[in-house]
Design a protein around this ligand. Structure first.
Ligand code: SAM
Length: 257
C-alpha cells in the first residue's frame, strides 16, 4: 500500500508571508484534511491538486491569505474590523476551500460552508465532524436562494468566495448575505483595471464598496494572486441577488443585466 505524504510545515514561509504559523494541533488538522481529501477523491472529484506541496500552497496557504487581516493581529485598516462573535460564510466552498483551512486556523469563528452540490456538502459535513471542527456548519443551497432567506440575508460579517465566477457574480452572491459593516473577500488570480472598474460599479449597486486590494505571490511557485475586500455599508436592494442562474449568466454591469 502506498504511504501518504506528509504536508510540509514551512514555518518560515508562513511567518514571512502571513506573519502567522499553525500550532502543532492545527498542523495535524491540515494533515488530516489532506488525507481526507485524498481519500474523498476516490469517490468524488474534489481536487486535482494532490501533491503535498501543491495542496499546501494552493489550498491551505491560499485559503489563509484572504483572512490575513484577522490572523493573530488587529486589522491595519479600521474598516476591516469584525464585530465580536462574527459569523462567516464560504460561498461555493467545493471541497471546503477556503472555509476548512480558515475553520482550522480560526477555531472561534462560526463558519458556514455553502455549496449547491449535495454530495460535496454531505462529504464536508462528515469531514468536519471527523476533524472535530465544531465551529463548522454546512448548507446545500444556491447562493441566490440563501441570499433571500430571512435567517441568512444580511446575517454574516465575513463572506469568502474563491473560484466561483466573475467578480460581478461573486459580489452578487456575497453582498446580500452580509450585515452592514461586514466584509466580502474575493480570492482572485490576475487582476485588471477593467475588473476593478466593473467591481466598483457593481458593489455600489449591491450596497458595498471596494476598500482594499492585496496583491500576493504564492510562496512556492510565485503565482500571482489578489485578495479583494469589499465593505458592506448599506442595505442591499431587495431585488438582489437575482433569480437562480442570472448572476452567472448575466453578470451585473454586462450590457444585458
Ligand atoms: N471555492 C472552492 C475552491 O476554491 O476550491 C470551490 C471552487 S469550484 C470551482 C466552484 C464551486 O461553487 C462548486 O462546488 C459549485 O458547486 C459551487 N457553486 C457554483 N455556483 C454556486 C451557487 N450559485 N451557489 C452555491 N454554490 C455554487
Amino acid at each position: 500500500m502506498a504511504s501518504i505524504s506528509r504536508l510540509p510545515e514551512y514555518s518560515d514561509r508562513w511567518r514571512h508571508s502571513l506573519h502567522w504559523q499553525p500550532d502543532a494541533y492545527q498542523q495535524a488538522s491540515f494533515q488530516a484534511l489532506y488525507e481526507a481529501i485524498l481519500e474523498g477523491n476516490r469517490q468524488l472529484n474534489l481536487t486535482r491538486l494532490t501533491a503535498a506541496d501543491d495542496f499546501w500552497e494552493k489550498h491551505v496557504w491560499d485559503s489563509l491569505s484572504g483572512v490575513v487581516p484577522w490572523l493573530g493581529q488587529e486589522p491595519t485598516v479600521q474598516e476591516l474590523a469584525l464585530a465580536p462573535g462574527h459569523r462567516v460564510i464560504d460561498i461555493g466552498t467545493g471541497a471546503g476551500f477556503p472555509g476548512l483551512p480558515v475553520a482550522i486556523a480560526c477555531p472561534t469563528w462560526p463558519i458556514t460552508l455553502l455549496d449547491s452540490t449535495r454530495k460535496k456538502i454531505a462529504w464536508l459535513a462528515g469531514v468536519s465532524q471527523d476533524l472535530g471542527l465544531t465551529n463548522v456548519t454546512t448548507i446545500t443551497e444556491r447562493a441566490e436562494t440563501l441570499g433571500h432567506h430571512p435567517d441568512h440575508r444580511q446575517a454574516y460579517d465575513l463572506a469568502l468566495v474563491r473560484a466561483v465566477g466573475s467578480v460581478a457574480t461573486c459580489a452578487e452572491y456575497a453582498l446580500p448575505l452580509l450585515a452592514q459593516g461586514g466584509v466580502a473577500v474575493l480570492y482572485r488570480g490576475q487582476w485588471t483595471v477593467a475588473e476593478q472598474e466593473q467591481l466598483q460599479t457593481v458593489a455600489t449597486r449591491l450596497g458595498g464598496h471596494l476598500i482594499q486590494l492585496r496583491p500576493w505571490r504564492t510562496p512556492l511557485s510565485h503565482s500571482v494572486r489578489h485578495c479583494v475586500y469589499l465593505l458592506k455599508d448599506r442595505d442591499t436592494p431587495h431585488t438582489y441577488p437575482r433569480a437562480v442562474g442570472l448572476p452567472a449568466k448575466f453578470p451585473l454591469a454586462s450590457p444585458d443585466s
